[in-house]
Ligand binder design. Structure first.
Ligand SMILES: *[C@@H]1O[C@H](CO)[C@@H](O)[C@H](O)[C@H]1NC(C)=O
Ligand SMILES: *[C@@H]1O[C@H](CO)[C@@H](O)[C@H](O)[C@H]1NC(C)=O
Ligand SMILES: *[C@@H]1O[C@H](CO)[C@@H](O)[C@H](O)[C@H]1NC(C)=O
Ligand SMILES: *[C@@H]1O[C@H](CO)[C@@H](O)[C@H](O)[C@H]1NC(C)=O
Ligand SMILES: *[C@@H]1O[C@H](CO)[C@@H](O)[C@H](O)[C@H]1NC(C)=O
Length: 475
């Protein structure tokens, strides 16, 4: 190639890569009843120019979908594996062998997330003793396998591992009950040049306190907090800098910090709407594009948005919004305009391509059912085995009437059960219809045809059940 051409080509390549904000990744969770085919999801990441992905496990099928994609991957280790990995170095070696070494030739694995928010207060200290030894074992196994300096192990932590006695960042320090283990972890991360990974949720600040000033959750102005000579105008900065203070006080003021999760949900709460999610992401991505950083850590930041897709199997103990964190819906279709380049172009992101849906049919309450009070057990059953998190106060389906509620529950169960005829019985009170049952802004979804593996598993189970049944009939 002639030098001039080469320069022109390099310049073009730079322009293209500049389209995306540096340091933006996404979290791709897997708690869905009907996961999309991993290759479709990776295609969608590429179509949107996303260069980093964070996973919550190291499922081989998912990880291998990143082969040749140029996307940097953080694989994860679920909390229930921490104990085993902490107690047995051989297990850590096996983990690295199976989940890193086997993939590394094709997939650009950069980080291993050991556990997921293991010190969350609600876990009552369950993972207090196992997290640090598991982290040590995994990094040691990575180093021994030849990935020292290339693949870093860290622990994705919730921002509740630190606190401030007042709401001033400069009062920040690690939570008392985890302080000693946090200091071990921080020292270890520092020695290994690995980042501190923290999840920061302005939405939860707003959700958890009725007196929280709404504007302070966003990036477009708001009643400021004065801390020494710094004015904080949003809770994200204040939260992040509380961590910086906690690190400083313990002698690690320069430790690299990455944001493991940040985002805004779109349903399941009065403040969880596409409009507010857009407001949050617009502000956040613009700051990322401007390399604004926080008052104590100005400059470029790295952050993984949470999350890519809605997950209908997540626990709703924290709130109905838990299943609606996706920038994209369950089927990979966009919900609101978002511009990953931080330029706030009012454009929908690129949705998943090649998604296959089940037939366009819905399960609804029959018209001749008059007394729906007697259906309460059926509704409970349908909802507890599917996802009714869009029905509550402030949610997209809250304006349905009582009959609409019943139909919604029936349909969610029916779709969850892959539109099995058996799943639309409900004592003869339900029927399958071909007319779209959605009402206004309340979507009655049609599920996607789930990726092959799961379906064949389900069929496998049905066949076995059928076999057992026929055996019994024979006897
Ligand atoms: C590799 O990761 C998967 C998914 O998280 C896990 O189920 C499996 O146990 C791991 N393999 C080993 C050998 O630990
Ligand atoms: C933590 O303790 C509370 C109260 O004792 C209990 O309700 C909850 O189930 C416990 N959680 C775990 C993960 O053990
Ligand atoms: C049903 O209607 C809703 C709302 O108009 C629409 O978004 C959805 O795509 C429709 N579903 C199907 C399968 O046609
Ligand atoms: C409707 O069903 C409930 C529960 O079975 C019952 O208590 C109630 O009397 C019924 N109402 C009518 C009008 O039949
Ligand atoms: C429909 O169900 C939701 C969630 O349980 C409830 O908040 C709402 O009041 C119900 N609507 C009617 C009309 O019963």
């Amino acid at each position: 190639m002639a030098p001039a051409m080469f320069i022109a080509w390099t310049f073009c390549a730079m322009l293209i890569s500049n389209n995306l904000v540096q340091g933006i990744g996404v979290n791709w969770g897997s708690q869905s009843s009907h996961p999309l085919n991993p290759s479709i999801v990776v295609g969608m990441l590429k179509d949107n120019g996303i260069k980093q992905a964070k996973l919550f496990d190291a499922d081989g099928w998912t990880v291998s979908a990143f082969a040749g994609s140029g996307i940097e991957v953080m694989v994860g280790i679920p909390n229930n594996q921490l104990k085993g990995l902490a107690n047995d170095y051989d297990k850590a070696k096996d983990w690295v062998k199976e989940n890193v070494t086997k993939q590394i030739n094709d997939v650009d694995i950069r980080y291993v997330g050991v556990g997921n928010e293991p010190f969350l207060k609600s876990y009552n200290g369950t993972h207090l003793k196992t997290t640090f030894p598991a982290l040590q074992n995994i990094q040691k196994a990575l180093n021994e396998a030849g990935y020292r300096g290339k693949i870093k192990a860290t622990v994705p932590l919730n921002a509740d591992v630190y606190e401030a006695s007042s709401n001033k960042p400069s009062d920040g320090n690690f939570r008392k009950d985890v302080r000693s283990v946090m200091l071990q972890i921080v020292k270890f991360l520092d020695e290994n040049d690995a980042p501190f990974l923290v999840n920061i949720y302005p939405f939860l600040s707003l959700y958890q306190s009725s007196s929280f000033p709404m504007d302070f959750a966003f990036f477009d102005g708001g009643s400021p907090i004065q801390d020494k000579n710094i004015q904080y105008t949003n809770v994200f900065d204040a939260n992040f800098d509380t961590l910086v203070w906690a690190l400083r006080k313990n002698g690690f003021g320069d430790l690299k910090i990455m944001v493991g999760e940040v985002g805004w949900p779109t349903d399941g709460n009065i403040n969880a709407t596409p409009k507010l999610a857009k407001r949050f992401y617009d502000g956040f991505l613009k700051r990322m594009a401007n390399k604004k950083g926080t008052p104590l850590r100005p400059g470029q930041m790295e952050a993984y948005l949470f999350g890519l897709l809605d997950e209908d199997m997540k626990s709703i103990d924290p709130g109905d919004f838990e299943r609606h964190w996706g920038i994209f819906r369950y089927d990979g279709q966009p919900k609101f305009p978002i511009d990953f380049s931080g330029k706030n172009n009012n454009k929908m992101p690129v949705g998943a391509k090649g998604v296959q849906y089940m037939d366009s049919q819905w399960c609804v309450l029959t018209e001749d059912t008059k007394n729906i009070t007697e259906l309460v057990p059926e509704i409970d059953y349908a909802c507890s085995n599917s996802d009714c998190s869009s029905l509550g106060y402030g949610s997209t389906c809250n304006s349905l009437d009582a009959r609409g509620n019943v139909s919604y529950a029936f349909n969610m169960y029916y779709q969850m059960q892959d539109q099995s005829v058996e799943a639309c019985k409900f004592n003869g009170r339900a029927e399958i219809v071909k007319q779209n049952a959605s009402k206004g802004s309340c979507l009655f979804p049609v599920q996607v045809l789930s990726a092959g593996e799961r379906l064949s598993l389900a069929y496998g189970a049905t066949i076995i059940a059928g076999l057992l049944l026929s055996l019994f009939t024979l006897v």
